[in-house]
Design a protein. Structure first.
Ligand code: RUQ
Ligand code: CUA
Length: 661
């Protein structure tokens, strides 16, 4: 649609007509109210700045893909898949030697996870665009993704946890993110009968320091009764300093939970005063437990991942620290817990409940001060339901799960079973609007919708079932998201688009908080990779026993060296490729025939390493995988592999000049 520069070929009438139609189509396609003004300004101006067309970044969890999907809103255009707990051939993540250590865990190399809940870093309760965090559900982990580079830069494993579902919800100034365990297990874990669950299996709520990149650490874990801890959200404003966690299975059952864990009318929201926990620990409460878990991070100067094994964790119990944890009775097997922008109301999604219960923070504090308890469980006072409840939203749809807010006094709750989004008013607890979604919605996302200042213009419904929305693709259908305009009194469906993996939660942020601070390339002079070549003159090959290190560069459109001889069968070859470009949008790649890993994608100024173990004598071509220039297809080379024990000398070069050691 963008008119091409005239390359000296006279345009035919038909070609001109096509260009004109293209421009016209582009303009009429944009009349959804987005950036239309600037597009209309001049007939020839078809360029719309990206931040004007897409006002928001949307970050969707990839579920079992282990990735984070980045989209533009309102277009629904897919911008990027960020691999987090995954190997991703598109950019060599989890294959290149530099990234392998990011996926180390106490169980070894685990390049998979089930990533549910992205959470943006915040300053003063508002998303700030620095980082986004996401949980790994299966092998309990939390990750930090840097929003300058859109790369995963840190992963911390969570010990004493099983099923890190209620995670990584963050406090208003990103001091802590939390990780609560879905499954209770014996702590420390040990061999015992499953039937001895009650009293022996425990849950944990972990508080992870998040504000210092490269230094995430578990500040403390709270040992809790053996329930299933589901989701969380931090307090803000008046409730700043508190973290709220949902739980189900207060029945402490270990089999057929769909029946056995649905018996009680109410389960609990756990309210944790984490400043109180800090104070108790400062006075020596709790104990240090041995534990094995990894902390992995990207070293900025070498751009290589480092993995360290941690050996202990601080654990505190409610009986060690009075006034630290309270239970708010909440109907019935609640799932989501969401705090409104004022910080006053705590909304739970009782997935089997007929109403949406809303707790009042002020009433909770009053009940605590009045010691208005129903009972005390393992040192945790259970506040009286009637004393803490602010209201119940009736007629809220079946299967309420998650709630977000528009900042104008309304809340929006997903109803999984009745497949709808229900809008209700905070304070009157009256439903004011509802809209069907297709089908069976889980989470919803309003940019900033869990923060102090939502951008209450759009809502995205993240649907679990697609059925008939798109062209079918065999037994597995694309998941579906729906964009809904919430700027008026009534919700209005704008767009339907497929998503990647199985998105659970998502987060959104105004584009200009992220787009203006992007890493465009890495400065070569700052590259401290042990095998960097900052110029073609520094390229070389080093043999160390059967290990061969090829220190190589790429620049449009050749490798140095591009001819290599003297490799033998039995050698382990490491191609360390530095991309010498110092310009935005010029990656180079490297693919090697017979390599057992994916290609590499090397950003400008970066060094990445591909391991290659040739298994037979011969000539092995390699090439650049990223279409980098008109002569990209010429960006290729040969490696000669001689038999084991051969006397062919190591030599290398580009352009016919050979180098030797
Ligand atoms: S949780 S809807 Cu992780 Cu609701 Cu998926
Ligand atoms: Cu470099 Cu293609």
């Amino acid at each position: 649609m963008i008119p091409r520069p005239n390359r000296g070929i006279a345009m035919t009438g038909a070609a001109l007509a096509l260009v004109t139609i293209g421009v016209y189509a582009c303009q009429s396609g944009s009349t959804g109210g987005v950036g239309a003004g600037s597009m209309m300004a001049a007939a020839e101006a078809v360029y719309v700045p990206p931040g004007e067309y897409d006002e928001f970044y949307a970050f969707m969890s990839g579920g079992f893909s282990g990735n984070l999907t980045v989209m533009g809103l309102p277009s629904g255009r897919l911008l990027k898949q960020v691999p987090v707990f995954s190997q991703y051939p598109e950019n060599g993540w989890g294959y290149s030697q530099e990234t392998l250590a990011m996926l180390q865990t106490s169980h070894g190399f685990v390049p998979w996870d089930d990533a549910h809940h992205p959470e943006l870093s915040m300053t003063d309760g508002v998303p700030d665009g620095r980082w986004i965090f996401i949980n790994g559900n299966n092998t309990p982990r939390v990750a930090r993704i840097d929003l300058n580079s859109f790369e995963t830069t840190e992963i911390l494993e969570i010990p004493n946890s099983a099923g890190n579902h209620g995670s990584p919800f963050i406090t208003p100034n990103s001091d802590y993110l939390v990780a609560s365990t879905r499954f209770s297990v014996p702590i420390p874990n040990r061999d015992m009968s499953i039937e001895e669950y009650r009293g022996n299996f425990k849950g944990t709520l972990s508080f992870v320091r998040a504000n210092d990149p490269g230094n995430m650490e578990i500040a403390f874990q709270i040992l809790m009764p053996g329930y299933d801890y589901d989701l969380a959200h931090a307090g803000k404003g008046p409730s700043d300093g508190w973290m709220f966690f949902t739980s189900y299975n207060s029945e402490e059952e270990h089999t057929l939970l769909e029946i056995n864990a649905s018996r009680r009318d109410k389960d609990f929201v756990a309210a944790v005063d984490y400043r109180r926990a800090e104070a108790c620990i400062a006075e020596g409460a709790g104990r240090t437990m041995p534990a094995r878990y990894t902390h992995n991070h990207m070293d900025e100067t070498t751009q290589s991942a480092v993995s360290e094994m941690m050996t202990e964790v601080r654990v505190i119990e409610p009986t060690d620290c009075s006034d630290m944890v309270y239970f708010l009775p909440t109907p019935k097997s609640p799932h989501g817990v969401d705090v409104d922008p004022t910080g006053q109301y705590i909304v739970a999604g009782g997935k089997l409940a007929t109403v949406i219960p809303v707790h009042s923070f002020d009433k909770m504090i009053a009940a605590i001060e009045a010691e208005d308890y129903e009972e005390v469980i393992d040192g945790i006072p259970v506040l009286t339901y009637e004393s803490v409840i602010a209201g119940e939203v009736a007629n809220a749809g079946l299967g309420p799960l998650h709630t977000e807010f528009d900042g104008r006094g309304y809340a929006y709750t997903t109803a999984f079973i009745s497949s709808e989004i229900v809008k209700w008013e905070i304070g009157t607890w009256q439903v004011v609007d509802r809209i069907p979604v297709y089908y069976s919605v889980g989470h919803l996302m309003i940019p900033g919708g869990d923060s102090r200042e939502p951008w209450g213009k759009y809502l995205v419904a993240l649907n679990k079932i697609t059925k008939d929305r798109y062209l079918p693709t065999g037994p597995e259908l694309a998941h579906s998201a729906q964009l809904i305009d919430i700027s008026g009194d009534q919700m209005r469906l704008l767009l339907d688009f497929p998503t990647q993996g199985e998105p659970h939660y998502a987060q959104g942020i105004a584009a200009d908080l992220v787009m203006n601070d992007q890493t465009q390339f890495y400065a070569l002079e700052d590259n401290e990779h042990p095998w960097v070549a900052r110029s073609e003159g520094e390229t070389r090959i080093v043999r160390d026993g059967n290990q061969v290190h090829v220190v190589m560069t790429s620049i449009r459109s050749h490798f140095t060296p591009d001819n290599i001889e003297g490799i033998r069968v039995g050698d382990e070859v490491y191609f360390h490729v530095t991309n010498l470009e110092q310009d935005w949008d010029v990656p180079h790649g490297l693919a090697m025939i017979g390599a057992e890993t994916s290609e590499l994608l090397i950003m400008p100024g970066q060094t990445r390493t591909l391991r290659w173990v040739p298994d037979a004598p011969g000539i092995y071509p390699f090439y650049c995988t990223d279409f980098c220039s008109a002569l990209h297809q010429e960006m290729q080379g040969y490696a000669r592999v001689s038999p084991r024990g051969s006397s062919v000398a190591l030599r290398w070069g580009t352009g016919g000049t050979w180098n030797t050691n």
